[in-house]
Design a protein around this ligand. Structure first.
Ligand code: ADP
Ligand code: MG
Length: 465
């Protein structure tokens, strides 16, 4: 413990102390720092009083995440810098705080209005008010994207998540989520100009502007936006000049700290249809995945959507549905609609056998059950590690990594109990299995390589199932 860890000023500020904590965290992270740094940059140190450092975090998720992963390190650092009584406290930003106009008026100065100075929202936002955060169910599969989305809606352009790049396969909720982000941003910042465009629409409008010789109007309009959302960027193809135009607008907005949110069907590094100079910029902010929904999330989404439609359903039938419609959120909605049709129009009773019939109609989309054997085979092929080694005792780093992933996938996609899974994995006990699952779920939001491995494997499994 060297002198250098002491803070030299008589009374350090919260900012200084937090900076030191960040340095310590960085030193302790090793590889794969970028996502964590991005993550931590959304945290604001707001006060330091009597050895208590208070951090302001964008959401409950950030709080839990930091508490779980970094708090021992942070507290140790604080104690070293400030003495044994040092503590860490959090302030979780609420929607109310971020939306001052919703607070009781006596607590707020009257809003300053400069009529005519800047017409707020001079053109349609294209936002669909029906997609909100309230009806976007949170789960393991979307936690990072959802939480980062809330942060950028609260502090557009002011977080490190710029651009916020949300990626996932079709039907996983990208469009819903970005509309929710836009709607929330609009509620919190009525003075900001928000624009949602699909990339098809972008191409269309740009092409029209070329045809009618109004390119500079088009450019001006897009560059005046405070919050730009472009959905399905993978379709931004066509003439090279279209991508040029996008590149130009992107740079302009980014430089002015306007918020940019983009969605795509793949991670920026896999967007083959786009120029590298553009996709490499997507990595400036945060790339957050939307995964196929896990069992718990499927259950929650079904429950929510059925309740919304006023359908009563037995838990047993609900869990049958959640177990058997595994692929996409959109299919879960399909199931709900069909059940509704059967029960309300054809007046059938909502029984397990009706549920089975409805599920069987989703056959082409519904995946055959994924088995532990399939998972072991896929993981073994993917990492070029023999199955015996995966289920064996080896502690080699690569083997342990692959094994963690296999266990995690088995837990997520099969319905075996921990104990039974332990048997598949060479007679490990249930706590070892649980530990692997926890490790992977905890690392997924921050470890992009792990992320990619899991996603690749899920793709392989769903394709072959
Ligand atoms: P994508 O743009 O990724 O293809 P969408 O946003 O169109 O997917 O989502 C497909 C459907 O699933 C939409 O009707 C959307 O409302 C619904 N959906 C997706 N994710 C969720 C979620 N987490 N909670 C509730 N509904 C969701
Ligand atoms: Mg979409």
């Amino acid at each position: 413990m060297g002198i250098s860890t002491e803070v030299s000023t008589a009374s350090p500020t919260a900012q200084e102390i937090w900076q030191r904590c960040l340095e310590v965290i960085q030193r302790n992270l090793g590889a794969n720092q970028a996502p964590i740094q991005t993550f931590l940059s959304a945290v604001q140190p707001i006060s330091l009083q009597q050895s208590v450092l208070t951090l302001r975090v964008p959401s409950q998720f950030f709080y839990e995440y930091i508490e779980e992963h970094f708090s021992p390190l942070i507290v140790r650092t604080l104690r070293r810098l400030l003495g044994p009584k040092a503590r860490l406290e959090y302030q979780v930003m609420t929607a109310m705080e971020a939306a001052p106009m919703r607070l009781p008026s006596q607590e707020l100065p009257p809003p300053m209005v400069f009529p005519g100075l800047r017409p707020s929202q001079p053109f349609p936002t294209n936002l669909n008010p029906k997609y909100t955060f309230e009806n976007f169910i949170e789960g393991e599969c979307n936690r990072l994207a959802r939480s980062a989305g809330m942060s950028v809606a609260q502090r557009p352009g002011q977080t490190a998540f710029n651009p916020l790049f949300i990626y996932g396969e079709v039907g996983q909720g990208k469009t819903h989520l970005v509309h929710a982000i836009g709607n929330y941003a609009r509620l919190l910042h009525p003075d900001k100009v928000i624009l949602y465009l699909t990339s098809d629409r972008f191409v269309q409008e740009y092409t029209d502007s070329v045809r009618s010789k109004k390119v500079s109007d088009f450019l001006q309009r897009l560059q005046s936006v405070d919050f730009l959302i472009v959905d399905d960027i993978q379709y931004l193809v066509g003439k090279a000049s279209t991508q040029d135009m996008f590149f130009h607008i992107f740079n302009h907005l980014h430089q002015k700290s306007r918020q940019i949110v983009i969605t795509a069907d793949a991670h920026p590094s896999e967007l083959k249809s786009m120029e590298e100079r553009i996709t490499s910029r997507f990595a400036w902010g945060l790339a957050a995945p939307l995964y196929p929904p896990d069992y718990e999330t499927r259950l929650a989404i079904l429950r929510f959507k059925l309740r919304q439609e006023g359908v009563e359903i037995q838990e047993e039938i609900l869990s049958y549905l959640a177990e058997n419609v595994q692929s996409r959120v959109r299919d879960l909605e399909g199931v709900v609609i069909q059940l509704l049709a059967e029960t309300s129009i054809r007046r059938r009773e909502l029984s397990l056998s009706l549920a089975e019939q409805v599920v069987s109609r989703f056959k082409p989309l519904r995946t055959r059950a994924i088995t532990v054997e399939n998972i072991l085979k896929a993981v073994s092929n993917y990492f070029k590690i023999h199955i015996d080694e995966l289920t064996g005792k080896s502690r080699r780093k690569e083997v342990a990594h692959a094994r963690h992933i296999a266990v995690y996938l088995a837990r997520k996609h099969t319905r075996h109990a921990l104990k039974a899974l332990g048997e598949y994995f060479g007679g490990r006990d249930h706590s070892t299995i649980l530990h692997s699952c926890q490790w992977v779920s905890e690392m997924l939001p921050i470890d992009q390589e792990l992320n990619r491995h899991v996603q690749d494997l899920e793709r392989i499994l769903f394709r072959s199932a």
